[in-house]
Structures are given as structure tokens and as C-alpha cells.
Design a protein around this ligand. Structure first.
Ligand SMILES: CC(C)(COP(=O)(O)OP(=O)(O)OC[C@H]1O[C@@H](n2cnc3c(N)ncnc32)[C@H](O)[C@@H]1OP(=O)(O)O)[C@@H](O)C(=O)NCCC(=O)NCCS
Length: 223
């Protein structure tokens, strides 16, 4: 799948061992050798994906529960370029964003390329304690068909197999029912609701935290 060697055996054999993140991790080879699911191809986001990303980033219903302001096309392209720059995971707050492309569906600005229908982020929450975070966004035209689950499950499995976190987590606006349902379909558990953690769009917002431990992921896989 990638030129990194997955180590599922070790992950399952010693799920309670000390933090053992395989860092630094270089995601650049994933551009040529992406993750593949039944219907999607997942490779690192590129600045040239800006037009496809704008198709969902510009929609109020998409950014409603994301900490993204409304952006015009130019601002959105700058934002995509910043998100596309993440390739090396080595320290807290490092990230890589996977573009989920749908083979056979052309990009909005380049018919020769497959369209990016959403993106799936991996971020380092805490390298010392082997905690990683996932995040996701999918164009509404492609929601309700299991694409987000398919992509997020592939990224979750890749992360556990290749990077060996002790725990994978997600932080959501507590009102985000679609994202909470996705977390649960991924085998993540709601572990906390932090009241009024952020002030966004003129109101205090609660944050839900979902998580899954490596041993839970391994048991689910084995079972
Ligand atoms: C969160 C988000 C990615 C979830 O997308 P989604 O399409 O609902 O998620 P899934 O891929 O799991 O699809 C599930 C739905 O597809 C249906 N479905 C259809 N075919 C399916 C298939 N082959 N496999 C699985 N589910 C399928 C399921 O029944 C389910 O429908 P339901 O919601 O009516 O129960 C999406 O709502 C989104 O991008 N929101 C905006 C951005 C955002 O808030 N991101 C999260 C920030 S924390």
C-alpha cells in the first residue's frame, strides 16, 4: 500500500506497551503510492486541488461545525495550499491531509484529473504520548453514500498500522450529529463533552471528544 512497512503484528501483539510512534514519518511517497479503497483513492492534498476543495469549503452547511471562516476563492486557495504543505509527521501539531478522489469523476477545473470529493486529516495531538487526531470533510453531493466511512476507515487503519499511535481521537462540535455518527461507525467512543470550550460565530460551543485505543482497534480487526 505504501513504501512504509505496516507493522500490524506488533501493534496487535503489544497494544499496551509504551508510546511507540514511528516518527518521523514522511508522507511524500503516498503521492505516487496512495491508499486505495473499493471506491476511492487517498493521496496527500495538493495546492492544485484548490478548485475542488472550494466546491465544498464555500458551502455554509459544510463549514457550520468546522473552525473555518467563510473564504472567497483566493483565500480558500491560500488555505488549501497551507493544508497541502503538511508532509512530515514528527512533532505536536504536524499534520498531513489526504485528498479523497473519486476515480471516474472529473475534477471541476481539470477533466484529466479525478475530483477531490473531500479530505481527511491526520494531526499529531501529542507525540510524547502517541496520540493522533483525525478530521474529515466531504462535499454534500457525495454524503450519505458511505464514502466518508470508507475513507476515514482506511486512514484510521493506515495510521494504526504504519504510525502506531496508542490512541486515535476526534474533536467535534458537540452538535455535529453526522460527524458523531461517523465516529461511532469507526468504532470510536464518546469520551467527553467539554462545555463551552470555544467561542465561534457569536456563541459558546461545546466540544465532543471521541477516541479509540490501539488495542480496541486491534480487537475489532481480529474479531
Ligand atoms: C461528517 C461527514 C464527513 C459525514 O459524511 P457522511 O456521508 O454522512 O458519512 P458516511 O460516509 O459514514 O455515510 C453515512 C450515510 O451513508 C449511508 N450509506 C449509503 N451507502 C453506504 C455504504 N455503502 N456504506 C456505508 N454507509 C452508506 C449510511 O446509511 C448513512 O446514512 P444516514 O446518515 O442516513 O444514516 C459529513 O457530514 C461532512 O463532511 N460534514 C461537514 C464537515 C464536518 O462537519 N466535518 C466534521 C468536523 S469534526
Amino acid at each position: 500500500m505504501t513504501d512504509s512497512t505496516p507493522d500490524e503484528g506488533t501493534a496487535i501483539a503489544d497494544p499496551d506497551g509504551p508510546p511507540a510512534l514511528r516518527f518521523p514519518y514522511d508522507a511524500r511517497p503516498l503521492t505516487a503510492d496512495p491508499l486505495r479503497t473499493d471506491r476511492l483513492v487517498l493521496r496527500p492534498l495538493e495546492a492544485s486541488d484548490a478548485a475542488d476543495v472550494f466546491e465544498y469549503q464555500r458551502l455554509p452547511e459544510v463549514i457550520r461545525y468546522l473552525p473555518w471562516p467563510e473564504r472567497d476563492r483566493t483565500e480558500a486557495a491560500e488555505h488549501t495550499a497551507k493544508r497541502a504543505a503538511g508532509r512530515i509527521l514528527a512533532a505536536d501539531a504536524d499534520f498531513v491531509v489526504f485528498a479523497a478522489t473519486l476515480p471516474g469523476t472529473p475534477s471541476v477545473d481539470d477533466p484529466a484529473r479525478d475530483r477531490v470529493i473531500g479530505d481527511f486529516m491526520v494531526r499529531v495531538s501529542n507525540a510524547q504520548h502517541a496520540q493522533l487526531e483525525l478530521g474529515w470533510v466531504l462535499h454534500p453531493d457525495f454524503q450519505g453514500r458511505g464514502y466518508a466511512l470508507e475513507a476515514a476507515a482506511a486512514v484510521r487503519d493506515f495510521v494504526f498500522e504504519t504510525l502506531r499511535p496508542h490512541r486515535v481521537q476526534a474533536f467535534l462540535d458537540a452538535r455535529n450529529a453526522a460527524s458523531a455518527a461517523l465516529c461511532e461507525r469507526l468504532g470510536m467512543r464518546r469520551e467527553a463533552t467539554i462545555l463551552e470550550e470555544e467561542y465561534n460565530d457569536g456563541e459558546w460551543q461545546d466540544t465532543a471528544i471521541y477516541g479509540v485505543l490501539r488495542r480496541e482497534w486491534a480487537a475489532r480487526r481480529a474479531g
